[in-house]
Design a protein around this ligand. Structure first.
Ligand code: GAL
Length: 382
């Protein structure tokens, strides 16, 4: 058996990397195994020694390799002048930059014109079409966070290029499955003060869903989840970030079917990351405090379009009430494993978003099946 053991050392605030390859001969002569120790919150150098610039994204396993997609952020400022970046690895630790796989446009007026904001890109593979589909949160150039759009791009290969398809609000003209026409026809008071009991009641009854019905629902922080039956879902913060929506995607994964639900109205949940384990759906999310960390939330349901229940903070240990300084982003199931998941968190640095850091931690499960995430300075990724 041959093991590559990679160690990270923290020194003066940065992580120094040393790879020690050990050849261990086992009597049984087992197949080659590889062990990675993943870093937390330090500089994560790619194969060229540059800090990985792939924030708010996700990891997939495709064609025998891992691909990490994310926001390619500038050293200074908040808008995007390149696009979505991609890195490739065979051990989840050592990443080679592939480059910008979804590029912004330089044509004035285009949805993804340079100077727009692209956040939380998520790539999934669609076995029916053989395409890689990327969804992301898009804000139009010069409009701050007003547009609140979901955007989609498609590629033939995990290495891109991803061709931009369209962007827009979600499911225009359609009410969610768990909001009745009767509730939606309530006389809402749009001028009332926020956070008052009557305002909560109106939000619960869908005041903002109805407000946005014709143009489609707002979509900011988002993720994509592909279920075991191959159906894909778009989960996003809607209604001015007050309410999460779970919307079914069509068979091509590039459009919505019109079936969607709202969960936790006025719950102020964002940064959703969904996974399935033990026959249940689990979702980690954050509160809404911008780039500042807050306490993570855990939600669960027996059916994805069913009733969702709020549980307590899944993070455990020092600084768990601030998600160890990070914000949830994605939960990635290790290929071929039913019980091993890695939760990806971003440690945002608004002074220099490119230098935001990452915390990746293994998800563990209590006896009753509830997931929890203890802090580890390093762990075996495989
Ligand atoms: C956070 C959100 C990030 C980004 C940021 C902008 O709440 O999770 O994705 O949108 O706000 O302030």
């Amino acid at each position: 058996m041959v093991s590559n053991v990679n160690f990270w050392y923290q020194m003066n605030g940065i992580y120094l990397f040393a790879a020690i390859a050990m050849a261990v001969t086992s009597c049984a002569g087992e197949a080659a195994a590889r062990v990675s120790v993943l870093p937390t919150a330090g500089v994560w150098p790619d194969s060229e020694g540059r800090h990985v610039n792939a924030h708010g994204g996700n990891v997939i396993y495709a064609d025998g390799a891992y691909y990490w997609y994310g926001e390619q952020r500038p050293e200074r400022g908040f808008t995007v002048d390149a696009g979505v970046s991609c890195y490739k690895s065979d051990d989840l630790l050592n990443w080679k930059e592939i480059g910008t796989v979804m590029s912004v446009s330089h044509t004035p007026g285009d949805d993804i014109e340079s100077g727009c904001i692209i956040e939380r890109p998520k790539v999934v593979y669609n076995p029916k079409t053989g395409k890689y589909v990327m969804w992301f949160h898009l804000e139009l150039k010069g409009k701050g966070y007003e547009a609140a759009r979901a955007a989609v791009a498609v590629a033939d290969s995990p290495e891109g290029p991803f061709r931009f398809v369209r962007s827009g609000r979600v499911n225009p003209g359609i009410l969610p499955m768990n909001l009745s026409e009767e509730d939606a026809s309530a006389p809402f008071d749009y001028d009332q003060e926020w956070w008052t009991p009557s305002w909560y009641k109106d939000i619960e009854k869908g005041m903002f869903t109805v407000r946005d019905r014709d143009g489609g629902q707002m979509s900011r922080d988002m993720t994509i989840f592909v279920d075991d039956d191959g159906k894909a879902y778009h989960i996003y913060s809607s209604e001015d970030n007050l309410t999460l929506n779970i919307a079914e995607l069509d068979d091509s994964y590039t459009g919505h079917t019109g079936k969607y639900i709202r969960i936790f109205p006025a719950g102020h949940n964002e940064a959703p990351a969904m996974f399935r384990h033990g026959g249940k759906y689990w979702m980690i999310a954050s509160g809404c405090t911008g780039w500042d960390p807050n306490e993570a939330r855990l939600m669960t349901a027996d059916s994805i379009m069913g009733d969702w229940k709020m549980l307590s903070n899944p993070c455990v240990g020092e600084n768990a009430d601030k998600t160890f300084g990070g914000q949830s982003n994605y939960v990635f199931r290790l290929p071929g494993e039913d019980d091993r998941f890695i939760a990806m968190f971003d440690v945002w640095n608004p002074e220099s978003l490119a230098n935001s850091r990452y915390i990746w931690l293994p998800v563990e499960f209590r006896e009753d099946g509830t997931p929890f995430i203890p802090y580890r300075a390093e762990f075996d990724g495989k």
